[in-house]
Ligand binder design. Structure first.
Ligand code: ZN
Length: 170
């Protein structure tokens, strides 16, 4: 991956562990998310841990480098679909379902894992949810700063994600 004496990568490449800060803006420049008040995000590059467009833009970058990447909705969380409302049983929603209210984000348990949904209407045992991702239909601009790089462990490569601080614990 590199010829550095300590065998740590100098540039982002597949199978590196990359830590980075990001700020996320919509097309109008409204700030949506930021990692700046938290620890940097850690990903195993090349394993689909982030949006493909972000992963591609990270390739070849070095620690300290800052850059922007703008993704169209289709490259980010998809176009908004009008037919994406579903009536689901409350028991399929994660967390405290007693406090659900229209407009809230909730997690719907699916075979593929927890899916973010927006609550539309709350009944006594069922909830109408909008399956569109909260950021669907929006162009997104990421301002990214690469913080650090290291080689991944064989175990991390086998699992396809980062272990230890900032990563998976299991
Ligand atoms: Zn693991």
């Amino acid at each position: 991956m590199s010829e550095a004496e300590d065998d740590q990568p100098a540039q982002v490449a597949r199978d590196c562990v990359v830590s980075f800060h990001y700020e996320l803006f919509d097309a109008g420049g409204e700030a949506l998310e930021s990692s700046r008040r938290r620890e940097p995000v850690l990903i195993l590059h090349g394993h689909g841990n982030v949006l493909p467009g972000v992963e591609a833009a990270l390739l070849g970058r070095s620690p300290g480098e800052r850059f922007e990447v703008t993704l169209a909705p289709g490259e980010a969380y998809g176009e908004r679909r009008e037919d994406a409302r579903r009536r689901v049983s409350k028991k399929h929603l994660a967390g405290n379902t007693k406090r659900l209210a229209p407009g809230m984000q909730a997690g719907l348990r699916t075979a593929e894992g927890l899916r973010p949904v927006t609550v539309v209407k709350v009944g006594s045992s069922v909830v109408d949810v909008d399956l569109n991702h909260p950021l669907a239909g929006r162009s997104l601009r990421f301002d990214i700063e690469v913080v650090a790089l290291r080689a991944a462990s064989p175990e991390e490569l086998a699992h396809g994600h980062v272990h230890g601080p900032g990563g998976h614990h299991h």
